[in-house]
Design a protein around this ligand. Structure first.
Ligand code: ADQ
Length: 465
């Protein structure tokens, strides 16, 4: 049986969140924004999990998109999602900043769930359809799908880093993962380094040959290339020009006591994001008197995430202990140097926060891209505000005019945070202008269209500067 969709997205999650019994809302996030117009134009379908364990739903339409739910049992959520995806692959691919768990039980569940996604995609795709598989949870799908449907054009994009051999070699199922990815016609990475790691590993472990970015298999070629993801620059730029957002930004500063400097961190509460390191640097600046407690407030918004995985429970305790200590030592009644929020914010409130922040502090220990850095840039048409950015974020390749830091170097981070706080308006504007030029040109539409053009034409994407 052949399906009818000529364009298919296969991702761990559907692009909607449940808001009522049978009501859905489009999820926030770049991927959906970038892909929704293509879906609407091309009679597309999106396969993914609803986010609720044990739920079996029929396909339904939402917002011009055809959605095909893939069920996961509670046990599969624990083994495939929280287990192999988030306790094995996530730390391994992020420089083993936490110790990966290697367990055959988790691997078996990962394979079984990938097989379910591949079968559902094979059923839904029209002859010759384009199928775009997303991210580390589904790395086996390309090969599984090709076996079932050799007529399809299959693309894969990895949103997180692809590690070098020194780390990837640890994975007991390393060959199976590479073979899974080689099922695609085009394998996309955030950075050129990820593509290079993949090509080298395929040669070393599978003995295949490659020339430039093309692997020659017996019957076809597979290309590996980088496509740095981005944000919807135009939408954010427009949103922050709304008087109500500007008004809200002023209110936020007033609520914080109108300090001279507002520093901001916005992240999922993840151990890859370097939240502890940046708070340590800020705390030391208070300890050694480089900044006075009434001079600066650090707002840290940390979205709850993966709350049942052991490392995340530990991280939350560590961060909250650190925040408590710094506030305990340096706070005065009614005014704390760190304003910590373990909450999710809506887009508009987030945009107002970006506008209210003098210094945006983005210090991951390793990050595929980091969209927060690009969102901040898109929100600063006033050309004020400084971006402090880790060298270990994918975004560092493009956002060269940011204040770069090594998040492992606390002394260096302290110096750079101070420099960003003390920069002249002229210096801030010079840097921000250049950052904005980059994000405005390489926005999220460009990312999706570069990938799809490369996949469908078999030609490399237009060169990026
Ligand atoms: P993430 O690790 O989730 O993404 P990031 O790229 O920063 O990291 O995206 C986070 C998104 O969530 C941003 O759009 C941000 O606005 C939003 N967000 C964060 N905290 C929030 C809060 N408290 N309330 C509301 N929204 C919040 C993964 C990879 C990244 C890669 C992206 C996209 O780890 O490296 O950039 O995918 O490919």
């Amino acid at each position: 049986m052949r399906g009818t969709s000529s364009f298919l997205i296969v991702a761990n999650r559907l692009p909607v969140d449940r808001v009522g019994e049978n009501e859905w809302r489009r999820s926030p996030g770049g991927l959906v924004t970038a892909i929704a117009p293509v879906m609407q134009r091309r009679d597309g379908a999106w396969l993914g999990w609803t986010g609720a364990a044990g739920e079996e739903l029929k396909p339904f339409d939402h917002d011009g998109m055809h959605l095909i739910p893939i069920p996961l049992s509670q046990l599969e959520v624990e083994l495939y999602y929280e287990g192999f995806s988030n306790a094995t692959l996530w730390p391994l691919y992020h420089d083993v900043v936490a110790t990966p768990v290697y367990s055959r039980v988790l691997w078996d569940a990962y394979r079984a769930v990938n097989d379910r996604f591949a079968r559902a995609a094979a059923d839904a795709a029209a002859p010759g359809a384009v199928v775009w598989v997303q991210d580390y949870q589904l790395q086996l799908v390309p090969a599984m799908l090709r076996k079932l449907r050799p007529d399809l054009k299959i693309g894969f994009f990895l949103h997180i880093p692809f590690p070098p051999g020194e780390l990837f070699y640890q994975l007991p199922w390393r060959n199976e993962i590479l073979e899974g990815l080689l099922g695609a016609d085009l394998v996309g990475f955030q950075r050129p380094g990820g593509a290079a790691n993949f090509l080298r590993l395929c040669r070393r472990l599978l003995g295949v040959q490659y020339l430039r970015n093309e692997i020659q298999l017996e019957d076809r070629t597979v290309r590996a290339e980088s496509f740095p993801i981005s944000v919807d620059f135009g939408e954010l730029d427009q949103l922050v020009r709304e008087p109500r957002v500007q008004q809200r930004a002023k209110e936020i500063r007033a609520e914080l006591g109108d300090p001279e400097h507002v520093l901001l961190g916005v992240d999922r509460l993840d151990y890859t994001k370097g939240i502890g390191q940046r708070l340590k640097a800020f705390g030391e600046l208070l300890d050694d008197g480089s900044i006075k407690p009434d001079e600066a407030v650090f707002v840290q918004v940390a979205t709850p995430t993966r709350e049942r995985v052991a490392e995340y429970i530990r991280l939350r305790n560590d961060i909250e202990l650190r925040v408590g200590r710094i506030n305990g030592e340096h706070g005065v009644l009614g005014r704390m140097p760190i304003s910590y929020l373990h909450q999710s914010y809506n887009k508009e409130e987030l945009a107002a926060l970006y506008c209210a922040a003098d210094v945006m502090v983005v210090t991951p220990l390793r990050d595929g891209m980091n969209l927060v850095a690009k969102e901040y840039v898109a929100c600063r048409h006033d050309l004020r505000g400084a971006l402090v950015l880790s060298e270990f974020a994918g975004a560092a390749d493009e956002l060269r005019q940011a204040y770069m830091v090594n998040p492992y170097d606390i002394a260096g981070m302290k110096r750079t945070m101070l420099a960003a706080m003390r920069a002249t308006p002229h210096e801030l504007a010079r840097r921000m202008r250049s950052l904005r030029r980059r994000v405005a040109t390489y926005n999220v539409d460009r990312w999706a269209s570069d990938f799809l053009t490369a996949l469908e034409s078999g030609e490399p994407a237009a060169p990026r500067e």
